[in-house]
Design a protein around this ligand. Structure first.
Ligand SMILES: [Zn+2]
Length: 466
């Protein structure tokens, strides 16, 4: 089902070299420093219930495409907020998915799915209406075997370490269960404070109150609120966290004098702030988090530029992460300046910048990361975590920022079986890019081998202190 030379250059000389580079890295362990798999899977190690629950229901890449063609989320088994009716027969969900598999032609989702079907489950035929039931039966039967439980798959995927992402309001109980178990798979958390840091987050004021109950600090004052962050970051670090993550609408940062920060905090707690004040507050949080990172060493990730929950009706009925997040144009140069004025020259601080605005790569991000010691560039993300997206990323940033201001690959996925496929795709695209640099006389072959290794493994491990 898959060409062994997929994603390699068409010209035979480059392809041969890409293949040689890839052979040197294809079996390296997976470092997964940022993602959204559910720690419960590794804690409880229960079998995945059925093919639909593994491949369709949790994966917004899959159901957003189906939805775009008029298929209702209820018919794909996606739970409604009001507990309303939805399809509960996994085989029927699978049939809808299979009948519409042609919609994924030419997309990275198709390559990830084919990779998992073929390498994990031994599926030999392309998914379609005709093969739906046979494929379902094959996968469903295998999921009942012990070697398809989450921990066994984790080992089979050759994952050296994986980070999940949790809110400060999470008690991290699953991480505690994993740590206390006799299994030695390395699963760490990451600190994502958006629910208590973004005044526009659902239930913000309540969340801040619960944050206080949980940490024992008075989160109704600015000082107590910051102490609560410090305490919670230490709690997360004790569960392996090496990074924080910030999913803000923009890259705005602020550096307010203390009295202004205090009064802005009271204003956002009251819920009477303007949209602009919300933005300034989120920006102040980024600067405060950078300051805390200098003390506790957490690497900061900024994931801006997504207009989240763009489809109001879908959000109302199904909640967040339903495939309705849409990229927006994002400024970094002006937005980051307040934070960089404070901490930009700190070599002991690492801030990893991501973008959903590809026009920012060569105009803003590569020049920033190629200058400021605290800045690194995250890999091509989300809609651009694709063969063409990763290729454009390398083409647009390498000449200014080099390779060593980048941080390797993130799979950033909720879809567990897609992890090896995503890392394999990134390794192939990088090897193809490196092969072209060698063939066109810009890099020696031994350097390309070393770089292939760093891009697949070493850079992520070093940047995230894993
Ligand atoms: Zn993420």
């Amino acid at each position: 089902m898959m060409s062994p030379d997929r994603l390699f250059p068409a010209d035979p000389q480059s392809r041969d070299l890409a293949r040689r580079l890839y052979d040197g890295v294809s079996d390296l362990p997976i470092i997964s420093p940022h993602g959204h798999t559910d720690p419960r899977w590794y804690a409880e190690n229960q079998p995945f219930p059925d093919p639909a629950a593994l491949f369709v229901v949790p994966d917004h890449y899959v159901f957003r495409m189906l939805y775009s063609q008029g298929i209702r989320l209820e018919d794909l088994g996606i739970p409604r907020r009001d507990g309303g009716e939805r399809e509960t027969d996994p085989r029927r969900i699978w049939r809808i998915f299979a009948e519409n598999y042609h919609l994924f032609r030419g997309t990275p989702t198709r390559m990830w799915l084919d990779h998992a079907f073929s390498t994990l489950f031994g599926v030999k035929e392309r998914l379609s209406a005709e093969t739906a039931d046979d494929t379902y039966d094959l996968i469903a039967a295998k999921l009942q075997n012990p070697e398809f439980r989450p921990r066994a798959l984790f080992e089979r995927f050759n994952i050296e370490v994986i980070a999940t992402t949790e809110s400060p309001l999470d008690d991290l109980r699953h991480h505690d269960v994993i740590a206390a178990s006799d299994w030695d798979g390395r699963v760490v958390t990451a600190y994502r404070p958006d629910p208590v840091a973004d005044p526009d987050f659902e239930g913000f004021a309540d969340n801040v109150r619960r944050f206080g109950d949980l940490t024992g600090y008075d989160t109704q004052t600015w000082e107590g609120y910051l102490e609560a962050h410090r305490g919670r970051r230490a709690y997360f670090r004790a569960r392996g966290a090496t990074s924080s993550d910030h999913g803000h609408p923009s890259a705005q940062t602020s550096d307010l004098p203390l009295p202004e920060a205090q009064s802005l905090f009271q204003r956002v707690l009251s819920g009477r702030q303007s949209a602009e004040e919300s933005e300034i507050f989120r920006g102040q949080i980024l600067t405060e988090m950078a300051k805390m990172s200098l003390d506790d060493g957490l690497v900061m990730q900024i994931h801006p530029g997504s207009s989240r929950n763009h489809n109001h009706r879908l959000f109302k009925h199904f909640g967040r992460d339903m495939g309705a997040d849409i990229p927006t144009a994002t400024d970094y140069v002006k937005a980051l300046k307040p934070l960089l004025d404070r901490f930009g020259n700190e070599a002991g601080l690492t801030i990893i910048l991501f973008t959903l605005d590809e026009t920012a790569y060569s105009r803003e991000l590569a020049p920033l990361a190629g200058h400021y010691p605290c800045l690194r560039l995250g890999p091509a993300w989300w809609f651009y975590d694709s063969p063409e997206g990763m290729r454009r990323y390398r083409e647009l940033v390498t000449e200014t920022a080099g390779f060593y201001n980048t941080v390797g690959f993130n799979d950033d996925t909720r879809a567990f079986p897609s992890i090896p496929a995503r890392h394999d795709m990134a390794r192939r695209v990088d090897c193809a890019f490196l092969a072209d640099l060698v063939i066109s006389g810009r890099l020696d072959e031994d350097e390309a081998h070393e770089l292939a290794n760093d891009l697949a493994y070493g850079l992520a491990k070093r940047a995230y202190n894993l």
